[in-house]
Design a protein around this ligand. Structure first.
Ligand SMILES: Nc1nc2c(ncn2[C@@H]2O[C@H](COP(=O)(O)OP(=O)(O)OP(=O)(O)O)[C@@H](O)[C@H]2O)c(=O)[nH]1
Ligand SMILES: [Ca+2]
Length: 448
């Protein structure tokens, strides 16, 4: 009888333990599931921005996206697509300014198809024109206005939120290139060392780096200040108009054709290269100050000699190092403080070095490879994207806050992990309770 009572009591206790354990586990699972679901980011929605980089050599359309709920916060802006506009830069449409806008249509259609319809109306659209248009404006303001009106007409007729088309200043181009490079390498939020930016375009080149504050005292036009994520940055920036790759080539060619000979042996072109060029193609550029040589001929034969060191000398001659009215200069009487930190080089610096497989290795080994490459005959040469646009858009959309945003003490994953381990600990404690209370309870039952 006593044995039967004892067995009944034990069974009841087993059932109670099982029910409590199941309930406990269910509660913990429910707790963790609720925490995960509650804190799980909802289905990600994105916002978009479009920037057209109307460069001297070509126009590119860049589409950027960022998580919709993270505007002006920590949301990372990413380039999702780029479209290269067919043909040359918009400044080349000076003869038929009305056609400049038409050239953008196919890339704009592509943007329409890539950005969700529901976001079209709110997507900001900017166009920034650089050195090619600066040169056209210097030559003929009316033609440059007509080109801008033409692109404006097409952009206004797009479904996006058109914010304007303008010729940005060299200072903006340099400074926003710096913002882009440092944003992409995540150096702004960390507030650690930054990297300088070197941009070799077709008609201008930019250099920007953090310098100390006396830049503003010595040459205010080269000084830019930013407050980003709570850090102040004092930048030196300069844009050298006419020192982009294409215009620099014209400067070098103008220098070599001053004698008026019927052919020019150019060390900067491969041996075997031979092309007839018109003087107009070289001397019509506003960058070329020297007049066309006094000869009756309209053209000359451009012949390659393929000699890297002689080419260096030719190129050196387009830079004027002779005088400086500041404490120090780079070239052409332009102030430049001492260089600081590492540099990120993009645009043609990258295109050329990448084409030559020289993006890794020392400067010395690159020099050797360049010398070998330049001396190769023309017949053996076979044919082969960071810029200012992201920084420009980040600035215009206020995407980088001046102050660092407040962040929750724990990231989402950390929060869930913590919750999980606390639950596990609770479960373990519960287990210990049963493990040690059970024999005690059992003996009590036996005594009854
Ligand atoms: N090899 C190579 N060269 C390129 C490429 N894209 C552009 N270039 C050339 O590199 C030079 C600089 O190009 P970009 O940086 O696009 O110049 P841009 O923006 O048109 O000119 P700017 O208005 O002066 O900034 C020009 O001579 C271009 O013809 C490319 O993908 N590969
Ligand atoms: Ca450019």
């Amino acid at each position: 009888m006593a044995e039967q009572r004892e067995t009944k009591g034990k069974n009841a206790w087993y059932k109670a333990v099982i029910i409590i354990t199941v309930l406990g586990i269910t509660a913990i699972v429910a707790l963790v599931t609720t925490a995960v679901l509650q804190n799980k980011p909802l289905l990600q929605k994105y916002k978009y921005g479009i920037v057209l980089d109307a460069g001297s050599s070509h126009t590119a359309v860049y589409i950027y996206e960022w998580p919709a709920e993270k505007d002006n916060d920590t949301g990372r802006v990413q380039q999702t697509h780029s479209c290269k506009v067919q043909g040359a830069g918009i400044s080349s449409y000076s003869v038929f300014p009305g056609q400049a806008g038409a050239s953008l249509k196919s890339c704009m259609k592509e943007a329409e198809s890539l950005i969700p319809l529901s976001r079209h109306l709110e997507t900001p659209l900017y166009l920034g024109a650089t050195a090619g248009m600066r040169l056209l404006r210097m030559e003929n303001q009316s033609l440059s206005d007509q080109v801008l009106w033409s692109v404006e007409e097409v952009l206004q007729s797009s479904p996006f939120s058109y914010q304007g088309a303008r010729i940005i200043t060299g200072q903006e181009e340099g400074a926003f290139g710096w913002v882009t490079v440092n944003y992409l390498s995540d150096r702004l939020k960390q507030g650690s060392g930054t990297t300088g930016a070197l941009d070799l375009g077709g008609a201008s080149t930019q250099i920007s780096f953090v310098a100390n504050q006396d830049v503003a005292e010595e040459s205010a036009e080269n000084a830019v200040t930013f407050r980003l994520y709570g850090n102040d940055y004092f930048l030196y920036t300069h844009s050298f108009l006419c020192y982009g790759k294409d215009q620099a080539l014209k400067l070098a060619l103008a220098q070599q054709t001053q004698s008026g000979d019927s052919s020019v042996l150019d060390p900067c072109f491969h041996p075997g290269y031979s092309v007839d060029r018109s003087y107009f193609s070289v001397y019509s550029s506003p960058c070329v100050m020297a007049g066309k040589p006094l000869v009756s001929r309209d053209s000359f034969t451009h012949v390659g000699a393929g000699n890297a060191s002689l080419c260096q000398e030719v190129v050196r001659r387009i830079f004027n190092f002779s005088s400086c009215s500041f404490s120090r200069c780079s070239f052409n009487r332009v102030y430049q403080p001492p260089l600081q930190g590492p540099f990120g080089a993009f645009s043609a610096f990258y295109f050329v070095m990448n084409f030559l497989n020289l993006t890794s290795g020392s400067l010395e080994s690159s020099r050797e490879k360049l010398e070998r490459y330049c001396s190769r005959p023309w017949t053996q040469i076979s044919g082969s994207d960071a810029g200012w646009t992201l920084g420009y858009m980040l600035n215009l959309t206020n995407m980088i806050p001046a102050e660092a945003p407040d962040t929750p003490p724990l990231p989402h994953a950390g929060y869930v992990t913590l919750l999980f381990f606390i639950s596990l600990l609770l479960f373990f404690l519960l287990f210990l309770c049963f493990r040690f209370l059970w024999p005690h309870r059992n003996s009590q039952t036996q005594m009854i």
